[in-house]
Design a binder for this molecule. Structure first.
Ligand code: MN
Length: 137
């Protein structure tokens, strides 16, 4: 069993299903568990889980995104900044229109809550190259 697989799959927030709708924006397989959505507030909370090595492509949201690490070990990186390792309890606020990516470390599963308030338009860019990703791990 890969590192932290049990913690991620048995998280109190649930594991969900493979995130097929967004698969084209990811390297590897991610899983999505919707937790709450409110149309009036235009707010949504999801638990996103990543298999080892899985990360999303560089992207930006038109509103802020809050990431709360739940289980395992992952990375968050904003363009032009060093990547930050995320462990359970770590919280990152991604400002609006900030190019960034998030995902698992190479050898560990990872899960984070993704919290968005406001109607977001998302722009997707290039994948995080294996070269750049492997340097982190
Ligand atoms: Mn994001």
């Amino acid at each position: 069993m890969a590192k932290n697989e049990e913690e991620v799959k048995n998280s109190v927030f649930g594991f969900g299903k493979s995130n097929d709708a967004f698969a084209k924006y990811f390297v590897g397989t991610s899983y999505l568990q919707p937790l709450a959505e409110n149309a009036e507030a235009q707010a949504a909370v999801h638990n996103v889980s990543f298999e080892p090595g899985c990360r999303n492509n560089w992207h930006m949201h038109s509103v802020a995104q809050i990431l709360v690490a739940v289980a395992g070990e992952g990375w968050y990186q904003a363009a032009g900044e060093p990547a930050k390792k995320m462990k359970p309890g770590d919280v990152v606020i991604v400002p609006p229109h900030t190019k960034h990516w998030h995902g698992a470390t190479k050898d560990s599963w990872f899960a984070h809550l993704a919290i968005m308030v406001g109607k977001s338009q998302n722009d997707w860019f290039e994948p995080v190259s294996d070269e750049d990703y492997d340097q982190l791990n």
